[in-house]
Design a protein around this ligand. Structure first.
Ligand code: NDP
Ligand code: 8X3
Length: 258
């Protein structure tokens, strides 16, 4: 049953991985899309592909979620029709490095906190008022992580940012109880996307090793879960969902085959 055809979804981090896969699944369901990321040309290619393959309209907004002025300006200047946002996928985020806290370069610490906590909040702060104003039932999906449930060694800052996403998402859900907005925290385990390539600053070997010995999830798997959540009946809210591959239990417990 397709309950979301013709609706409008705003997706941050839509140029790659989970965000891109959600864009593809929602386009298949006939959802019109506002796609955001820093890389304008990648977004433009995705827009052309989705509009060609599906009967949907797509607009792209290229900005850095760390820059509040850019976030606010881009969202404030959306044309009236595109302000009727039904679905927010607050997904842009990253990890950098896998190392002891005291060895981190300050710019790497700042990039994680500024993207995953501050950027996440800037998007929420700019999009939620538009969703409230529509007076329609809508869904906010906040992409957390298993790293936001248990801290793991060498992941201190990233884990802290994903614990923050969980706290922000929980508080947001309580604050929005009297509105028509549902809030879900989606917490993926190991998903093979660009995530590890970004984490290891382009070192493909290190990135591949993360997924060796297990069959990881792919972005499409998380996109299936997110599509399910946003397509639920109006009265059904999923507050939290953790999605791991076979052989992973949580951020620490992964059974790797030799
Ligand atoms: P990818 O690296 O494939 O995608 C990350 C997306 O975030 C890209 O579209 C990137 O676009 C965007 N992004 C990063 N920084 C910024 C920024 N400053 N401003 C705007 N957009 C930005 O990784 P994933 O798809 O795996 O990651 C998506 C989310 O899922 C993240 O929040 C991540 O923490 C979370 N997650 C991932 C897991 C995994 O194992 N892969 C597991 C659990 C959670 P661009 O570079 O064009 O700006
Ligand atoms: C990404 C999952 O365990 O690689 O959020 O940190 S993990």
């Amino acid at each position: 049953l397709n309950r979301i055809k013709g609706k409008i979804a705003f997706i941050s981090g839509a140029s790659s991985g989970i965000g891109k896969a959600v864009a593809e699944k929602l386009a298949q369901m006939g959802v019109n899309l506002i796609l955001c990321a820093r890389r304008a040309e990648v977004l433009a290619e995705l827009k052309a592909k989705l509009e060609k393959e599906h009967a949907v309209e797509v607009i792209t907004l290229a900005f850095d979620v760390r820059n509040y002025q850019e976030v606010a300006k881009n969202i404030q200047s959306l044309p009236e029709k595109w302000r009727q946002i039904d679905i927010l996928i607050n997904n842009a985020g990253l990890a950098i490095g896998l190392q002891h806290l005291y060895t981190y370069a300050i710019e790497d610490i700042d990039q994680m906190i500024d993207t995953n906590i501050k950027g996440f909040t800037y998007i929420a702060n700019s999009v939620i008022p538009l969703m409230i104003a529509t007076d329609k039932v809508g869904t906010i999906v906040n992409v957390g992580s298993v790293a936001g449930e248990i801290a793991y060694p060498n992941g201190s800052i990233y884990c802290a940012t994903k614990f923050a996403v969980k706290a922000l998402s929980d508080a947001m859900r309580i604050e929005l109880m009297d509105k028509k907005l549902k809030v879900t925290t989606v917490k993926p385990g190991l998903v093979e996307t660009n995530f590890s390539k970004v984490r290891f600053k382009g070192d493909e070997q290190k990135a591949e090793n993360v997924y060796k010995g297990i069959t990881p999830l792919y972005a499409e798997d998380i996109a299936d879960t997110i599509t399910y959540i946003v397509n639920l009946p109006d009265k059904v809210q999923i507050t939290d969902i953790t999605v791991t591959p076979l052989h992973q239990s949580d951020a620490i417990h992964v059974y790797k085959l030799a």
